[in-house]
Design a protein around this ligand. Structure first.
Ligand code: C2E
Ligand code: MG
Ligand code: MG
Ligand code: MG
Length: 284
């Protein structure tokens, strides 16, 4: 039985492992149903400059589960990635974001504001990734110039040449690329130099303790310098306070995303908030 099984003996029937496998299988089935029933929605987090000018929006997925309520991406994206479901789910989300872009083209304050969509390594590694993105742009009529794709260093473990080629082709069409969570991966600077990027996003993990941790401050300064030397925009994530913002500006980082400005919001709430701000600032 399980108790007499020695520690160096593989226990075929590990209850905790079984529970994990079952949880995963349920999640996988749930994601499939959720995709069919339109349970995945995109919330949008605004990005600002020093003058509180709106620069862009990041689309962040939320799963509106009929029984469990709103589920955050951290609780299902990893399983979607492992199972490969991230490919059809990612396509669906990209299409939603492009539809939203087209809708906002008719909205005075959001017309032309770029939307950034997160792309998993598994998605970009599909052979026809660039063609599928182009097909979504064609189908929805969204302007490629307002679409930004967020990729991560984790996509650099394989097929680097092909990945760069896909990015190049999409950039020719006008799509822009940012490197998300920069600094948390393991990419070499050689790779980084080859990548056709427009923006580096400093991971929130380096921003959080920026004011008290000199290592984090040094990393942020290095990323800003790197961005400048490579002609890339640098945006800081996880900007939660005025002090974060000031310290980042002092280091030469002028684009911000974080709770200090706004949490991710459903489209209707975002529109309402922007309308309020216009009234406040007297632009109307
Ligand atoms: P990310 O792309 O790095 O997104 C930033 C995350 O930081 C978001 O969490 C956002 O809500 C959170 N955040 C923003 N400002 C602050 C702040 O000031 N303080 C703190 N503590 N957190 C802040 P979220 O929405 O839970 O997304 C988590 C991750 O899930 C994303 O990280 C991204 O890697 C992944 N993800 C989200 N949506 C998608 C998607 O549509 N496709 C794929 N493939 N991945 C997605
Ligand atoms: Mg992101
Ligand atoms: Mg990020
Ligand atoms: Mg992140």
């Amino acid at each position: 039985d399980a108790k007499s099984a020695g520690s160096n003996c593989f226990r075929f029937f590990d209850p905790s492992m079984q529970a994990q496998v079952q949880h995963r299988a349920e999640l996988e089935a749930g994601i499939r149903v959720g995709m069919e029933q339109g349970q995945f929605e995109l919330w949008y987090q605004p990005q600002y400059d020093r003058q509180q000018q709106l620069l862009g929006l990041e689309a962040l997925v939320r799963w509106r589960h009929p029984e469990k309520g709103l589920i955050s991406p951290a609780d299902f994206i990893p399983v979607a990635e492992e199972t490969g479901l991230i490919v059809p789910l990612g396509d669906q989300l990209l299409e939603q974001a492009c539809q939203q872009l087209v809708h906002w083209q008719q909205h005075s304050q959001l017309n032309g504001v770029p939307v950034a969509v997160n792309i998993s390594a598994r998605q970009i590694h599909t052979a026809d990734f660039a063609e599928r993105v182009c097909a979504v742009l064609d189908r929805t009529g969204a302007s490629a110039n307002t679409l930004e794709l967020e990729v991560t260093e984790s996509m650099l473990v394989k097929d680097v040449e092909q990945t760069i080629d896909k990015m190049r082709r999409l950039r020719l069409r006008g799509v822009r690329f940012s490197l998300d969570d920069f600094g948390t991966g393991y990419s070499s600077l050689i790779f980084l130099k080859q990548l056709p990027l427009d923006k580096l996003k400093i991971d929130q993990g380096f921003v959080r303790d920026l004011l008290s941790d000199s290592n984090d401050a040094a990393i942020v300064k290095t990323v800003v310098a790197l961005g400048q030397s490579m002609d890339l925009t640098v945006l800081a994530e996880g900007v939660e306070t005025r002090e974060h913002c000031d310290a980042l500006a002092a280091m030469g980082c002028y684009e911000y995303q974080g709770y200090y400005f706004s949490k991710p919001l459903p489209p209707a709430e975002l529109e309402a908030r922007l309308a309020e701000q216009v009234v406040e600032s007297g632009t109307l």
